[in-house]
Write a protein that binds this ligand. Sequence first.
Ligand code: TNX
Length: 509
Amino acid sequence: GAALLTLTAFAQPATAADQSTKQLADVIPVPVQAKPDPRADFRLTPATVIVADRDARQVADYLGGLLRPSTGYRLPVVPFAVTPKIELDVAKTAKVGAQGYQLDVTKRGVTIRANTTDGLFAGVQTLRQLLPATIEAKTVQHSRWVVPGGSITDYPRFGYRGAMLDVARHFFTPDQVKLYIDQISQYKINTLHLHLADDQGWRIEIKSWPRLATYGGSTEVGGGPGGYYTQAQYKDIVAYAASRHITVIPEIDMPGHTNAALASYAELNCDGVAPPLYTGIDVGFSSFCVDKDITYKFLDDVIRELAAITPGKYLHIGGDEAHATTEADYQKFMGNVLPIVAKYGKFAQGWNEIAKVNPPLTTVPQFWDTDGQDDATAAAAARGNKILMSPANKAYLDMQYNPDSPLGLHWAGYVEVQDAYNWDPATAVQGVSEQQVAGVEAPLWSETLTNSDAIEFMAFPRLPGIAEIGWSPRSTHDWNTYRERLADQAPRWEQQGIDFYRSPQVDWK
Ligand code: TNX
């Protein structure tokens, strides 16, 4: 992206080609309803102000931060309505619910109204995509900043639209996590699930068990130096995510995927012997000692400390691939741990294996299978648990696109851009219907990924497809129109420096 950024920065003043060629619905995720009014285009000029009262101030500042570098305009945030304006208004807004927004574009300005600041933020992401791609540049551009006229009414199909980042197999720094937060938030992703502990690394400071981070976090897949977040750094990531209207859900995987913890404290092992740190990519060989009291004292401490620094309602306790734990032990273990989560005021999320233990109805099993079928998940849905959809052969961003992809795994198959888009959460799992679905999540496991370029290459362009499935109405689902809107994102990603995969399935702009 850097080379192109320079080119664009010195490009000639705007030609007709970059004037208001945008259509009002030319957005990902595609809005619920868009009524274009071609006589009502709005042109952003040096005179434009951002109108926002106290409630809308944070989103207004964020919007100003997006628009100022490339326009070079002052775009002051003012508390009174003057024109030309972009007005952000938290006010009772019919039809759009807690996360939606109403966006109106006239010659005199743009108004975004929402019931909540989350809704305003979503509306700002839409406005951003309605401007020319050069709006994403980091230096002043000579573009005509035209927003197509008309009205959008928009709200999500599912309340939960997530991305997961595995910081355990390879560690990613707070800045790398923040960059990903910025990238995913443009597609109205509202949850970041951080996979904080696995066999290869423990990535969060726990003050009562300090060796988890200092020793258990000291390496990663391939034997590199690893790393961990101090609680202060974690809180800073959580706050940064909140500023992008994203809730962080931290995961400590258990009872399997626990070698890093077992290596850090010998007393957590049934035989009292700490195994060595692990830097390979096998799964299913480790387990907490289900019959030892210290296991639950330990988990009480971990969950207490993690709950205290996590404002969101959910803690993810993993539960997947516990091949080194017997079925009876798994039941006993989860029977002991789920009440600890509740004791610290949180609800549990877990991989779909957790459905086997008849968890409280507030527990959210996350479906990750590939065959669209799991009796325990269907039974949990029938009891009233909401199910989160991450079918690995559709939603796993760490799957290779094709056999030649330089990064990724393929145990769930190859997942091209069209595969990641062409599925429906309401029919993805037998016995789980639309009303029983919490939403969608795109997990990015990091066995083969070591830096932000790698994250970007795997997430883009598949993540926007998952985001659209989670947000846009079922009736809008259409690969042919989607792939055209997706092609339009490419110049934005180039401006943003996103190193995306140029799938041959899309005619990139
Ligand atoms: C399966 S998905 C796992 C992870 C791996 C991933 C790689 C799941 C719940 N467990 O431990 O990282 O496959 O794709």
